[in-house]
Design a protein around this ligand. Structure first.
Ligand SMILES: [Zn+2]
Length: 286
C-alpha cells in the first residue's frame, strides 16, 4: 500500500484534496463562519491557478530534488527513529508527531526569515479565508518546503509509513483548517485538543500583525501551546475579524501573475520584517 502511494504521488494528493475540498465547500455554503465573500469569483481562479502552477512544478522538477534531499539526510548514517529499538507502532506514531513538529518549525521560519516570508506572504495575501486559501501557495514555496521536510525526515530517520500517513492527514486537514465554517463551540473546543480547527487557524491569517505571529501549528495544536505561540480568540471576534496583509490591501496586484511575481517585489524591510506600505483602512460595519 505504501509503495503504491509513493509510486502514484503525482495524482492521489490532488485527488484527495479535490474530494475533501468539495465537501468542505458544500459545508461552507451551509454554515459559513463569516458572511459570503463577494470577491470569491475573482479569488478562486487565482488560488486554484497557483495550485496548478505548484503541481506543474512538482511534476516537472520535484522528484529529482526530493531524491537529492533524501540522499543527503540518509547519508548522515545515524538511523534515527527508524533505526531505534522502539516497537514498530511507536516508531510510526513518533514519526508522524515529529513530521508535524518539523512543519511547525518550518512555518515559524517562513515568517521569521525574510527570504522565506517573501514566498509565504503569497499564502497570507488572500483577502478572505476559505477552503481555496488552503491551496494558495507560491510554487517555489511548495518546492522549498518539500525539500526541507524530506531533508529533515531523512536526517531524523522518520519511517516512510509515518511520512505517508502524515501526507494523507495533512492533505485532508489543510482543506479543513482553512474552511470558512461555523463549528459548534463545544465541537471546536473538543477538536482543538487534537487538531488545529478553522477558528484557531483563521487567527493566524489576521490582518493584525501580533495575531499573524500566533497559531503556527499545521495539524496538531500542541506545539503552539508548548512553545508559547497559542492564541485562542481574535481581538475583533471570529465573525468580524479581517484577514490578509495590511500592506498589500491597497498596493500591488495579487492576481495570478501578481502573486507569482510578489516575492520579487521591493519592500521596505527592517529587523521586524516587511513593513506595511499603506495604512490599514477602517473596518467596514458588519
Ligand atoms: Zn503563515
Amino acid at each position: 500500500m505504501v509503495d503504491f502511494l509513493w509510486e502514484h504521488l503525482a495524482w492521489w494528493p490532488p485527488t484527495l484534496l479535490v474530494c475533501v475540498g468539495a465537501l468542505i465547500s458544500f459545508l461552507e455554503a451551509r454554515w459559513p463562519r463569516q458572511s459570503n465573500d463577494p470577491a470569491r469569483t475573482r479569488r478562486w481562479p487565482v488560488n486554484l491557478g497557483l495550485y496548478g502552477a505548484g503541481l506543474g512544478l512538482a511534476l516537472w522538477g520535484l522528484p529529482s530534488l526530493n531524491d537529492a534531499a533524501i540522499r543527503w539526510g540518509s547519508g548522515l548514517g545515524w538511523g534515527g527513529i527508524a533505526g531505534s529499538s522502539l516497537p514498530d507502532v511507536a516508531k510510526v506514531v513518533l514519526g508522524v508527531v515529529v513530521v508535524d513538529l518539523l512543519q511547525y518549525l518550518l512555518h515559524r521560519l517562513s515568517h521569521a526569515v525574510p527570504l522565506l516570508w517573501r514566498l509565504h506572504q503569497v499564502h497570507h495575501a488572500d483577502e478572505a479565508f476559505d477552503v481555496s486559501t488552503s491551496v494558495r501557495h507560491h510554487p517555489l514555496e511548495v518546492a522549498a518546503l518539500s525539500v526541507f521536510t524530506l531533508m529533515g525526515c531523512a536526517a531524523l530517520g522518520v519511517p516512510v509509513l509515518s511520512l505517508t500517513f502524515y501526507l494523507l492527514l495533512q492533505v485532508a486537514h489543510t482543506a479543513f483548517c482553512h474552511a470558512n465554517l461555523m463549528l459548534p463551540a463545544g465541537v471546536d473546543r473538543w477538536l482543538r485538543m487534537w487538531v488545529v480547527t478553522p477558528d484557531m487557524h483563521r487567527i493566524h491569517h489576521s490582518v493584525h500583525e501580533e495575531e499573524g505571529q500566533r497559531n503556527f501549528a499545521l495539524v496538531f495544536p500542541w506545539w503552539d501551546h508548548l512553545l508559547g505561540t497559542y492564541r485562542g480568540l481574535p481581538r475583533d471576534g471570529q465573525a468580524a475579524m479581517r484577514v490578509g496583509l495590511a500592506y498589500l490591501r491597497s498596493g500591488p496586484d495579487t492576481g495570478w501573475w501578481g502573486s507569482l511575481l510578489l516575492p520579487a517585489r521591493r519592500f521596505r524591510e527592517s529587523s521586524a520584517g516587511l513593513q506595511p506600505q499603506a495604512p490599514l483602512p477602517p473596518p467596514s460595519a458588519s
